[in-house]
Design a protein around this ligand. Structure first.
Ligand SMILES: Nc1ncnc2c1ncn2[C@@H]1O[C@H](COP(=O)(O)OP(=O)(O)O)[C@@H](O)[C@H]1O
Ligand SMILES: [Mg+2]
Length: 275
């Protein structure tokens, strides 16, 4: 009984899939806030990893999320992407998509892409094929491998390779790329799905200084068209992209503002510098 209920049989709007418009058609991103989290809490064995969190991201923003280890950054991304269900609160995408009603793949289809810290490209396949496999459609991998791409699709792959600076590497196996290039390829693979919101976890960890700079330029070039939330520990990098910064502490927002605001914020200084 319970499992039947969980599958949504008792919800009229969920009985016939064809009666519900596709998620992407329902998304209304026209007003300012693209992501809206309010009063969100989640506890693991009684420990509140996220505690009455309020977090809002405007469309087109490049937001940096910082905070000590254990502050709740990853858990927050897990909640947005449907991997973890909060105990309470609201998580709304666009004006009208309740993310708590959707599972992980529905959330991805709705336009939220996530990049984990470790690159997960297909090492034996070329850069081109990695991008091709990541393309937004609902065909199986097998189908994708068998079919000829149309020119629009090839254009999209080449355009993305350009954006991530890997045009020259399109025919090279992904395994031959540097660590930084693999991170860019993975960002490119996310872009192939045309996400509205990109969640990126520690993109510059392990990068050279030069790669870090290029990553900053890449993210800045994507902002506006996409909305981006970056978790990053490297303060020099955060400063270099100079967006709005949110400081998370004990599962809740401690401070928010420009890097300068954050550095001068009394609460931040108290928590981080013991002042
Ligand atoms: N699945 C889980 N089960 C138990 N505790 C968890 C789980 N996920 C996270 N936590 C705890 O929640 C807190 C926040 O973790 P996390 O979101 O990973 O922080 P951050 O990414 O900011 O380092 C930590 O104390 C962590 O140990
Ligand atoms: Mg984390």
């Amino acid at each position: 009984m319970n499992s039947v209920k969980q599958r949504g049989f008792f919800r009229r709007d969920k009985v016939f899939d064809f009666l519900t418009p596709p998620i992407s058609d329902r998304l209304d991103p026209t007003h300012g806030t693209l992501l809206y989290m309010e009063d969100v809490s989640v506890a693991f064995d009684g420990f509140k990893a996220i505690n009455d969190l309020n977090f809002y991201v405007d469309k087109g923003e490049l937001r940096c999320l910082i905070g000590a280890n254990g502050a709740g950054k990853t858990t927050m991304m897990d909640i947005i992407t449907g991997k973890t269900r909060p105990d309470k609160g609201e998580v709304i995408f666009g004006k009208n998509i309740d993310l708590l009603d959707l599972n992980e793949s529905e959330i991805a289809i709705a336009g939220i892409g996530r990049k984990f810290q470790k690159p997960t490209v297909f090492e034996n396949l070329s850069v081109f094929m990695n991008l091709e496999l990541a393309m937004a459609d609902f065909k199986s991998v097998w189908w994708t491998l068998r079919c000829k791409l149309n020119s629009t699709q090839v254009d999209q792959i080449e355009h993305t390779a350009n954006v991530i600076g890997l045009v020259e590497k399109l025919q090279d196996p992904a395994g031959s790329l540097s660590h930084g290039q693999k991170q860019w390829l993975e960002i490119g693979m996310l872009l192939m799905q045309r996400p509205l919101l990109l969640l990126i976890d520690e993109p510059v960890a392990g990068m050279t200084h030069q790669e870090m700079e290029k990553t900053g330029e890449l993210l800045l070039s994507l902002a506006g068209k996409h909305t981006i939330v970056v978790v990053e520990h490297d303060m020099e990098f955060v400063r270099s992209i100079a967006g709005r910064v949110t400081v998370l502490n004990q599962g809740t927002v401690l401070a928010e503002g420009s890097m300068e605001d954050i550095q001068n914020n009394e609460d931040v200084r108290r928590v981080y510098l013991g002042e």
